[in-house]
Design a protein around this ligand. Sequence first.
Ligand code: PSU
Ligand code: MN
Length: 291
Amino acid sequence: MMHTRVVNRAGSGAVALETTLLLHGVPRDQGPALASLLASIVREEGASPALVGVLAGTPIVGMTDDELGALFDAPAVAKANTSNLGVLMHRARHAATTVSTTMELAAAAGVRVFATGGLGGVHEGYGTNLDISADLAAFTRFPVAVVTSGVKSILDVVSTREALETLGVPVVGFRTDRFPAFYLRESPAGVDARFDTVPELAGFVASELARTGRGVVVANPIPREAEIALHDWDLWLTKARETASAPGRDATPAILGALHTLSGGRTLHANIELVKDNARLAARLAAAMPR
Ligand code: PSU
Ligand code: MN
C-alpha cells in the first residue's frame, strides 16, 4: 500500500525527470542549464516536464525553477534511493532523487513515464563487496516506464541484465535488439522485445503498466554520433577505477566524475547527449500513451 504524499504539479502527458543526474551526475555548474534544456525538449514534443526532488523533506513532482535553485544553492544535497528517502523526509532534508525514488514519487503522482541517463545496477565484483543499485528492485514496485540508455557501462552490464530478468522486469528496446550500455550502443546482452515505432511502444507500455502495477525498462541506445569508441572507453575506465573509488552511494558519482576529467569532457558530452535523446523519446512516448 502506498501512502507517500507528494506535492503534485504534474500536468497531463507528464515526463518525470530526476535530480540526482543534475546534482551528482554532471559538474554542479552545468546542472541548471541541463535541467532547462531537458524541460524544453520535453515541451517541444508536446509533453510536460515534471522535475522530481525533495525540498526540506517535502517530495515534489514538478519542481519550480526556484525550488531547483534552492537545491543547487544548498551546501550538501543527499542522494535518495528507496532505502533512505523516508529518513530524509522525516528529518526535513533536501534530497536529489535517483531512478528508484524518482519512480516512487512519480508513481505516487500518477506519472507513468520518466527519462534518465542510465540505470544503476550490479557493480563489478573486482575483489570488493556486493553493490547492487536500488534502481533494479524499484521496477518490481512502481508502475513507471523508464527511458534509459541501458545501464551505466561502469557496471557489470551482463549481470545487471540478468538481475532484471530474475526480478521479472520487462526490458524492451527502442529500435534495437541489444541491451545498450550507456556510452556504448550495444552490450553482449539482449532485450525481451524490440519496438520500432512510438505508437506501438506506447500501446504496450500503457497496457503493461496497468496489467502489472510494475515498471518497464525502455532501452534507447545513445545516438550514434555521440557514442564512445570501445578502445577509448576501456582505457578511460581502467584509469578511472585506479583513481576513483568511493563506498556505497558515492561510488557512482565518483567514477562518473573521474571519467569526465580523464576523457577531457568526452564522457560528459556523451552523457548529456544520451539524456537529451531519452528526454525526447520519453516525451514522444508520454504524448502517445493511451489514457
Ligand atoms: N543517469 C546519468 N547520470 C546519473 C544517474 C543516471 O546519466 O548520475 C544516477 C541515477 O540517479 C541512478 C544513479 O539512479 O545514478 C545510480 O546510483 P547507484 O549506483 O548508487 O544506485
Ligand atoms: Mn550502490
